[in-house]
Design a protein around this ligand. Structure first.
Ligand SMILES: Cc1cc2nc3c(=O)[nH]c(=O)nc-3n(C[C@H](O)[C@H](O)[C@H](O)COP(=O)(O)O)c2cc1C
Length: 186
């Protein structure tokens, strides 16, 4: 797959099944993520890989986080949260781990983390996997952050669900370049 094709064809897959990325493929996917543009080479990112039975533990953390927020949370909601990480063979938690540095504001470091996720997902697709980048309330929940071992200055930029696409890829939207790009002429 050429780089251009990968960029043009990337297509999120909300429904995922086994197999998830192999350890060898993961190694290369993370190497791709680590090539994210990075002002000051601060390396302001890190990743947690959650697979197998650990996905259910993450689901339990979600349920406990919701109970801490709302002790009367309905059972169905708790069950739905418990099941969320089981929607894919692998969930990668992408974390921005910023450093205070003159000239490299937090925003740039978050953008760099986002570029890392894009690289990771494109590499995954190049190996024939599919995935979807999700956040939702659990990405900014203190109970979840603590349980996953985030330091107070770190944040989750995404839960990256990865596996093999179920069903057909959705049709890619047709966007007009001109709607987003104009030539500034002073
Ligand atoms: C930072 C970020 C967070 C996102 N969070 C969610 C989410 O929580 N749930 C969701 O369905 N899509 C979420 N998305 C969007 C999907 O990852 C995906 O981009 C969208 O479904 C469009 O599909 P496409 O990327 O194939 O065009 C998020 C995207 C980004 C960049």
């Amino acid at each position: 797959m050429s780089v251009l094709n990968a960029l043009l064809q990337r297509n999120s897959a909300p429904r995922l099944q086994e197999p998830g990325p192999s350890p060898e493929h993961c190694q290369q996917m993370f190497q791709a993520a680590l090539r994210a543009p990075d002002h000051g080479r601060l390396r302001p990112w890190r990743y947690l890989v959650i697979g197998g039975d650990d996905r259910a533990k993450l689901g339990e953390i979600y349920a406990q986080a919701e109970l801490a927020r709302d002790p009367n949370a309905p059972t169905e909601k708790l069950e739905r949260l418990r099941g969320q990480p089981l929607r894919a063979p692998m969930v990668i938690v992408a974390i921005v781990n910023p450093t205070e540095k003159d000239g490299v504001p937090l925003q740039e470091q978050v953008i760099s983390a986002g570029c890392g996720v894009h690289g990771l997902m494109l590499a995954a697709e190049s190996f024939g996997y599919a995935g979807v980048w999700r956040t939702g309330p659990m990405a900014t929940n203190d109970t979840v952050n603590q349980a996953l071992g985030l330091a107070s200055h770190e944040s989750i930029v995404g839960f990256i669900y990865l596996g093999t696409r179920m069903g057909e890829a959705k049709k890619l939207p047709d966007l007009n370049t001109e709607d987003f790009v104009s030539h500034w002429q002073g």
